[in-house]
Design a protein around this ligand. Structure first.
Ligand code: F0G
Length: 456
C-alpha cells in the first residue's frame, strides 16, 4: 500500500475550540502579538513546541497506574534505568525533572570561567546553562547546515575541521566537552550522520576531550540514518541508537520529546566519578537518585515511551508526516529550511516576507499572520529570540529569521496537517499585505517569552 497511515487508533480525545478570523485578530491584539501570551484554548492547531505535548499510549497510561511511588529504590526506577541502559549502553543513569535540569547539573560540575563547550548547535537552554556556569558555548555547524534552501542529507553535522582547529587554538585543557545535538533543533531539526559522530569521536580521542550527546530527538535522528546513510538500511533503529551512543561518554535527555512523556529527563554517563558528583548535586536540587524530581509514574511513562519511539512503523509515520507538509509547501513555492526536519518545519521568514526588514521582525509578523488566518500557533526563531542590541541601540540580527512549526507526537491527524498546509499557503498568497512589528515592551533576558509588539 502507498498510503502511510497513523499507526494508532484514538481512544481518548480532547476538543478543539474554534474561533473566527475576527475573534483571532482581537485575541492576537490582546496578546500583544506574542503567541506565548495567547491562551491555549484559543489556538486551533498548536505547533508552538513538540516538547511535553505528545499523546501518551494506553501502555504508558497503564504504566502511570503501575508507578511505584516509593521514595527510595522504586521498581519504576529500575525499569526506567534498565531501558535507558539498554539503549545507551551507559552504566550510570540519573533521572531529572526535564532536560535543562540535567544540563544544569552537568555544566555546574564541568563548566566554569575560561572553558569552552563546542557543539554542532547548542539549544538555547543548553547554551544558557553553559553560560550561567561562566563558560562559553561555541557552535561549529557544517557549511550545508547554514543554507536554508540547500537539500542535503545531514545538515546537522558538525564541522570536524573547524572543531580540530578550535581545539588547537584554545587548547584541549580549556574544552571539557564536545556536545552533539541530535537532531539539531536550532538548525532546522536536521540530522547528524553516524560518520560525523565517529569523526568527532576520533578528534575527541586525539585530544582527550569528552563527547556528550544532547539526545532529545535521538530516535528521529537514528531513523534518518537508517534512511539516508549507506550501510544502515537493514539495521533496526535500536541497533543504530546503540551504535550512536557507543561513541559518547554521556548524554543529556529531555524525555518530553522522543520519550512521549509530558515531563522528565535524564543524564547518562560512563564515568563513575562524574556520576557521583552529578548525583550529589541531584540530591540538593532535584531529589533522591532513584526519582530525581519525578514521580514513579513519570519514570514508568518514560521507560515505555523510550521503547515505543523505536518502533519502525511509528518513525516512518512521524518523519513522513513532517515531510508531507514540506511537499505541500514545495508545490506552492513557500520557502522553508530544506529538507523538512524530523520534528518541525522551519519557514524561512526572510524569504517569505522580503518586504519586512529584520528590525521589523518578519518571523514574529509571520507567526501573527498564521494565527490570524487559521489559529495555527508557531514560534519565531530569529531576531526576537536571538537578536541583540549594539552599543548605539541598533539591532544586531540573528543569522536567520525562522518560524518553527513543531509537530507534537501522535497528536494531530493527516487532516489537521492538511489544514496547517492550507493556512500557510493562504498566508503566502497574501504575504504582501503582512506588516512588520515593533517591540513596545521587553525584558533583558529571554525576551521572546514576554515581549509585546505592535504592527508598524
Ligand atoms: N536540548 C534540546 C535540543 C531541546 O530541544 C530542548 C528543549 C532541551 C535541550 C531542554 O529540554 O525543555 O526538557 O528542559 N526544547 C523545547 C523546544 C523546549 O521547544 O524545542 P527541556
Amino acid at each position: 500500500m502507498q498510503t502511510i497511515i497513523e499507526p494508532f487508533k484514538i481512544k481518548s480525545v480532547e476538543p478543539i475550540y474554534f474561533t473566527t478570523r475576527e475573534e483571532r485578530i482581537r485575541i492576537l491584539q490582546e496578546a500583544h502579538y506574542n503567541p506565548f501570551l495567547i491562551h491555549a484554548r484559543n489556538v486551533i492547531i498548536d505547533l508552538l513546541t513538540d516538547s511535553g505535548t505528545s499523546a501518551m499510549s494506553s501502555e504508558q497510561w497503564a504504566g502511570v497506574m503501575r508507578g511505584d511511588e516509593s521514595y527510595a529504590g522504586s521498581e519504576s526506577f529500575f525499569r526506567f534505568e534498565s531501558t535507558v541502559r539498554n539503549i545507551t549502553g551507559m552504566p550510570y543513569i540519573i533521572p531529572t525533572h526535564q532536560g535543562r535540569a540535567a544540563e544544569k547539573i552537568l555544566f555546574s560540575i564541568t563548566g566554569g570561567r575560561g572553558k569552552y563547550f563546542v557543539s554542532n548547535t547548542l539549544f538555547d537552554t543548553t547554551r544558557a546553562n553553559i553560560e550561567f556556569s561562566g563558560a562559553e558555548g561555541v557552535d561549529l555547524l557544517c557549511a550545508e547546515g547554514k543554507q536554508p534552501a540547500l537539500v542535503a542529507p545531514f545538515k546537522g553535522n558538525m564541522d570536524v575541521a573547524a572543531l580540530e582547529q578550535f581545539i588547537r587554538e584554545k587548547g584541549a585543557e580549556h574544552i571539557p566537552m564536545v556536545i552533539i545535538t541530535v537532531t539539531n533543533n536550532s538548525g532546522g531539526g536536521q540530522p547528524v550522520s553516524m560518520e560525523n559522530v565517529r569523526a568527532v569521536r576520533a578528534v575527541c580521542d586525539r585530544y582527550g576531550i569528552r563527547l556528550f550527546i544532547d539526545a532529545c530527538r535521538f530516535a528521529e535522528n537514528c531513523y534518518f540514518i537508517r534512511k539516508r546513510e549507506p550501510g544502515y538500511a537493514d539495521k533496526p533503529v535500536l541497533a543504530i541508537a546503540q551504535e550512536l551512543f557507543s561513541y559518547a561518554d554521556g548524554c543529556t535527555m529531555s524525555a518530553k520529546k522522543d520519550a512521549f512523556a509530558n515531563i522528565g529527563g535524564f543524564l547518562a554517563m560512563r564515568d563513575e566519578q562524574l556520576a557521583m558528583e552529578c548525583r550529589n548535586l541531584l540530591i540538593i536540587t532535584e531529589g533522591f537518585p532513584t526519582y530525581g524530581g519525578l514521580a514513579g509514574r513519570d519514570l514508568e511513562a518514560i521507560a515505555i515511551g523510550l521503547e515505543e519511539v523505536l518502533h519502525e512503523d511509528y518513525l516512518q509515520y512521524r518523519i513522513r508526516s513532517v515531510e508531507y507538509i514540506g511537499e505541500k509547501l514545495d508545490a506552492a513555492g513557500v520557502p522553508y529550511i530544506k529538507p523538512a526536519g524530523g520534528h518541525a518545519i522551519y519557514l524561512d521568514a526572510k524569504a517569505f516576507l522580503p518586504h519586512i526588514p529584520v528590525h521589523e521582525y518578519p518571523g514574529q509578523a509571520l507567526c501573527g499572520a498564521l494565527y490570524a488566518e487559521g489559529g495555527v500557533r508557531g514560534v519565531e526563531i530569529g531576531s526576537v529570540m536571538f537578536g541583540k542590541y549594539a552599543a548605539d541601540g541598533s539591532l544586531v540580527p540573528a543569522q536567520m529569521e525562522l518560524v518553527r512549526l513543531a509537530i507534537p507526537r501522535r497528536v494531530y491527524t493527516q487532516s489537521h496537517i492538511d489544514y496547517v498546509a492550507e493556512v500557510i499557503v493562504e498566508v503566502f498568497r497574501q504575504r504582501d499585505r503582512i506588516k512588520g512589528y515593533k517591540i513596545v515592551y521587553e525584558t533583558p533576558l529571554l525576551r521572546h517569552f514576554t515581549a509585546q509588539f505592535e504592527p508598524v
